[in-house]
Ligand binder design. Structure first.
Ligand code: MN
Ligand code: MN
Length: 281
């Protein structure tokens, strides 16, 4: 759709400067865009089609690689502009640090913001390699913005002991999968929610192309069910992060990321009735 008519605005945040192990996530949005022509717009799972909704692709931000703070400011400005226009921001990372920029904008717009976080990793270190801004600290920085008991983590299966101890006092964490998600969704009814999906929450068998793979992840179908549960909430903004195309020679992870994005868009737009459809415009 054209921007003016769009209910949702996709943009890429091609940034991976703090990736700790294997970089490459900066190429995710570009590769996903190129490969997107290979997948159907129709979802048999939800009996919905991307063409039912007005979605605008804003392309990729031009981010400075040597300067995470500057990159985050540019991401924040982009998300703020989309929110101001009453549209749903849908960001494609990049490494997970990019989420902080987008959450900053959402937290300004929605002071009561809550965050649902799908990931293999807790991402709540205070610093990583001496740095405050890292994909391993991103949810700690988000916690500083939204406060205690506002972050709900699922699928977590990796982190330092200190992270798990600290997390017990400050946020809600479901290890290994999505148990408890239905109760969390019930408790967040009517509240603004930022949904951030670090795609390494998936098992490396279905999502091998990522910088820090962790065995023991969830299946695509399990993630899809979790996304559909969350879509009933008031989603203020959302993102998917950590696809790394150079680590995905078989293209499996890219195809999976595209399918996650398709299902995420259809699930949210169908539930929020943001159907500024092409027919109407
Ligand atoms: Mn992460
Ligand atoms: Mn992760």
């Amino acid at each position: 759709a054209e921007y003016a008519d769009a209910a949702a605005v996709i943009f890429g945040a091609p940034f991976d400067a703090t990736t700790s192990y294997r970089p490459g996530a900066r190429g995710a949005s570009r590769t996903m865009r190129a490969e997107s022509y290979s997948i159907e717009t129709y979802s048999p799972y939800q009996d919905g089609d991307l063409t039912d909704y007005a979605i605008y692709d804003g392309g990729d931000l031009d981010l400075t690689f040597g300067n995470p703070a500057r990159a985050l400011s540019l991401i924040e400005a982009q998300t703020a502009a989309i929110l101001t226009d009453g549209k749903l921001p849908v960001m494609i990372g990049g490494e997970h640090l990019v989420t902080l920029g987008s959450v900053r904008a959402a937290a300004v717009c929605y002071p009561d913001l809550h965050i649902i976080h799908f990931d293999a990793h807790a991402d709540i270190r205070d610093t990583y390699a001496g740095e405050k801004l890292s994909h391993a600290t991103v949810m700690r920085r988000c916690w500083e913005l939204v406060g205690d008991q506002r972050i709900f983590q699922f699928g977590i299966r990796s982190g330092e002991r200190e992270e798990f101890i600290w997390g017990k006092d400050h946020l809600w964490c479901s290890r290994f999968g999505f148990s408890g998600l239905d109760d969390v969704v019930r408790s967040l009814a009517g509240k603004p929610v930022y949904l951030t999906i670090d795609l390494d929450v998936l098992d490396p068998a279905v999502f091998p192309g990522t910088g820090t793979p962790e065995a023991g992840g969830v299946s695509f179908m399990t993630l899809l069910e979790a996304i559909r549960l969350c879509a009933g909430l008031q989603i203020a903004a959302c993102d998917i992060t950590e696809l790394s195309p150079p680590l995905d020679p078989g293209g499996i992870a890219t195809a999976t990321a595209l399918k996650v994005l398709r299902e995420l868009l259809i699930a949210i737009l169908a539930r929020q009735n943001r159907s500024t459809t092409r027919e109407q415009t």
